[in-house]
Write a protein that binds this ligand. Structure first.
Ligand code: SAM
Length: 221
């Protein structure tokens, strides 16, 4: 799996975040090299990011990220028709945004290492109900060829356990051509049976064609 570095601006759009969403403690689960935690800190919000990759430390991660960004840029250039260009404008601009976010992430990881925890779903080192909002970008559903229904169910139950508010997951389609994830409906039935309501919401962001919706999961009131 590649490490990617989406920016604070991309997160705000992907997760339809309003100012109220950033008032409590936010967990970025599968945070990778995103600059969301850094940007949110700059905006006065408290974000903790969790990712197994953080065990490598900033020097190794910076090297891995350079290679992954190069591969991602080549993939986007070779498959330009699979993407909607409204957000970035051009492939060059896309590369610049992701590269700047990666630089910001590495600097923040060095400056505030306590905001980045090495942890892997479906097991998070947080107490029950200890965060207000969980965001999960381009891990669940994106990699549904690697992680099955049972893993997705366990991962969402775990994110819901640590969260007293909502869990938002984006996108809800496969990587590549953006096919629908065949077990999504079944997964939502299982969540409902476990006492968790879920809702699909359209968001003001679409880069991978067809990836313009998030899944929001919350406890029944
Ligand atoms: C495609 S990247 C997305 C990074 C970031 N959220 C973004 O949108 O730019 C997926 C990330 O999920 C992380 N990951 C892989 N397995 C994981 C797991 N079991 N639990 C949490 N994160 C995981 C990877 O290390 C990688 O950084």
């Amino acid at each position: 799996m590649i490490i990617t570095s989406r920016s604070f601006g991309e997160y705000r759009a992907m997760f339809a975040l309003g100012d109220g969403d950033l008032r409590g403690v936010v967990l970025d689960c599968g945070g990778g090299a995103s600059s969301f935690a850094a940007g949110a800190a700059g905006a006065g919000a408290r974000v903790v990011a969790a990712d197994p990759g953080y065990a490598h430390g900033p020097d190794v991660l910076a090297g891995l990220l350079r290679g992954d960004q190069e591969r991602a840029r080549a993939m986007v250039r070779a498959n330009a028709d699979r993407f909607v260009w409204d957000w970035y404008g051009t492939a060059e601009r896309y590369g610049e945004v992701r590269s700047a976010a990666g630089v910001e992430f590495i600097a923040d990881l060095r400056r505030r290492p306590g905001s980045y925890l090495a942890a892997a779903l479906p097991c998070l080192p947080f107490a029950d109900g200890s965060v207000d909002l969980v965001l999960c970008s381009h891990l669940l559903f994106t990699w549904a060829d690697r992680f099955d229904l049972a893993w997705h169910r366990a991962a969402i139950l775990e994110m819901s356990r640590v969260c007293r508010g909502e869990v938002r997951i984006f996108p809800i389609v496969h990587r590549g051509a953006g096919e629908r994830v065949m077990f999504l409906d079944r997964l939502r039935v299982d969540l409902e049976a476990a006492g968790l309501s879920s809702e699909i919401r359209r968001v003001p962001y679409e880069f991978q064609r067809g990836a313009d919706r998030l899944l929001a999961v919350g406890a029944h009131r």
